[in-house]
Write a protein that binds this ligand. Structure first.
Ligand SMILES: [Cu+2]
Length: 146
């Protein structure tokens, strides 16, 4: 009886402890900005080049081990933080002006950005746009568009 209770308690705990979706990542994998660093001052349009090591890029919908597609988070709290944090890690990233999907397997984008500060973060998503477990995310960088 005690064992049953322990298993049930573990399942309950696991259900709340969202560390990402169900697709395993290579925990050593890294996603990063190739051509931009925190604090950079740039001119619009801004080209952003996405780097990935330890895993491969595949278009959305591709169920292949250790692959995913890039997402660029623009001017929103770091992944996992804020009101949508748990939902987006468990159920997938929304698609809007603050969450850009590169489901074709693209590895760069050129953005028209208004003058001022902008925060950027890269997140790898699986075939269904859900971050892996553990999530593969870049550092958050702030750039200033002059
Ligand atoms: Cu996506």
């Amino acid at each position: 009886m005690k064992t049953v209770f322990t298993i049930a308690a573990f399942c309950l705990f696991a259900g709340f402890a969202h560390a990402g979706g169900e697709t395993p990542s290579n925990p050593e994998a890294k996603v990063y900005f190739v051509n931009l660093s925190d604090g950079d001052a740039v001119q619009s349009p801004v080209t952003v080049v996405f780097g990935l090591s330890g895993m491969g890029v595949a278009p959305a919908g591709t169920e292949k081990e250790n692959t995913g597609h890039h997402h660029l988070l623009l001017n929103r709290p770091p992944i996992g933080e804020g009101d949508d944090g748990a939902d987006e890690l468990a159920y997938g990233l929304p698609a809007d002006d603050n969450h850009m999907h590169f489901g074709g397997g693209q590895t760069e984008v050129t953005l028209d950005l208004p003058p001022g500060q902008h925060t950027l973060q890269l997140v790898l998503g699986d075939a269904g746009h859900v971050p892996h477990n553990p999530p593969i995310v870049s550092e958050v960088i702030t750039i200033t568009v002059e």
